[in-house]
Design a protein around this ligand. Structure first.
Ligand code: ATP
Length: 332
């Protein structure tokens, strides 16, 4: 294999640039030429493709987001769109493709595989909802951003004896909410995987009050009442819904905060830089070994390779025992 293309697709995640850099440098050191596709599969269709040299990736390591940009492409989900993309790749003589993204992006990669290109996926999504890997690029940085925000919100919650409902990202997945609740000592957490029980949240707020603490933090994943973007208005955010209910039932000053897209940005954490780097290098090794339809992942503190089909068979869900632990810690 002499020519490899790299695509970042779906939501951007801090650490994607580390994967682009490591894949590029590893491939060049093995005598390959490397191309970066801009704007995901849409850029592949329209031919927004640039050569990636050592110089091109030399200062990207610590940047958040993705220097290749990302996009969602409806056209790539059509046979005609994918054929246009394949023509672009064939014209450049690309044989192997590294796709950095979430499970939707991997479904796209599988289609490229069906068209005769060797593909390998790198899990890059702050949601951490991809199977066959303990961690996806971006999750750790997003989690640290949420923790930092909770710490700041807690200061004002304490000062004013308030209840803060804090909404974090996770349309279908509660990993950010649950792990931030554990690491940040939240009093209640609501995740999409588990039916929300607002009366239980109220009980917690009362328990906390009884032990003499007059403030509370309630963490809510944005998708706890379904995908927030599927037809509902902004005022129907999960935080708004929970906050409104608590306001009716609890005699306390209730405030809501939606953290939003600050969770996607910022310099990658050391862990995400390490994961991105290890994944990028391994993805090239996988392609050069002649493999196809694989995903690299982080399992038992090492990089492992799995079948992409297995990784996208279903979304990874939060562990019920970790949710139980968060409940025990919050109600005692
Ligand atoms: P995130 O988890 O951050 O949302 P993702 O990779 O799951 O990332 P999606 O929007 O689901 O994000 O997918 C990214 C792109 O992958 C889509 O815009 C589309 O171009 C392509 N894609 C998704 N599913 C398919 C499919 N079944 N066939 C072909 N292409 C697909």
């Amino acid at each position: 294999m002499k020519r490899i293309a790299i695509i970042t697709s779906g939501g951007d995640a801090p650490g994607m640039n580390a994967a682009i850099r490591a894949a590029t440098l590893t491939a060049i050191s093995s005598g390959c030429e490397v191309f970066g596709v801009k704007r995901g599969y849409q850029g592949l269709i329209t031919g927004e493709i640039m050569e990636l040299t050592s110089m091109a990736v030399s200062e990207i390591l610590h940047q958040g987001g993705t220097v290749l940009h990302s996009a969602r492409s409806k056209e790539f989900q059509t046979v005609e769109g994918r054929e246009k993309a394949a023509i672009q790749l064939r014209n450049l003589g690309v044989e192997g493709i590294i796709v950095i993204g979430g499970d939707g992006s991997f479904r796209g990669a599988r289609e490229l595989s069906n068209l005769g290109f060797a593909t390998v996926g790198i899990p890059g999504t702050i949601d951490n909802d991809i199977q066959c890997t303990d961690l996806s690029i971006g999750f750790d940085t997003a989690l640290n951003t949420v923790l930092d925000s909770i710490t700041k919100i807690r200061d004002t919650a304490v000062s004013h004896d308030r209840v803060y409902v804090v909404e974090v990202m996770g349309k279908n997945s509660g990993f950010i909410a649950l792990y931030a609740a554990l690491a940040g000592g939240a009093d209640a957490v609501l995740v999409p995987e588990i039916e929300p029980d607002l009366d239980q949240v109220i009980k917690r707020i009362h328990t906390v009050n009884r032990i003499g603490r007059r403030h509370s933090i309630v963490l809510v994943a944005e998708g706890v009442y379904g995908d927030p973007l599927s037809g509902r208005s902004f005022t129907e955010s999960a935080a708004f819904k929970v906050g409104t209910y608590l306001n009716l039932k609890v005699k306390k000053d209730i405030r809501i905060t939606i953290l939003g897209h600050i969770q996607r940005g910022g310099s990658p954490s050391a862990l995400d830089l390490t994961l991105g780097t290890r994944f990028g290098a391994k993805a090239v090794d996988v392609l050069l070994a002649g493999e196809n339809g694989k995903m690299v992942g982080w399992v038992d503190h090492d990089v492992q390779v799995s079948a992409m089909d297995e990784a996208i068979a279903r979304k990874k869900q939060v562990e019920p025992e970790i949710f139980k632990l968060a409940e025990i810690l919050a109600s005692t």
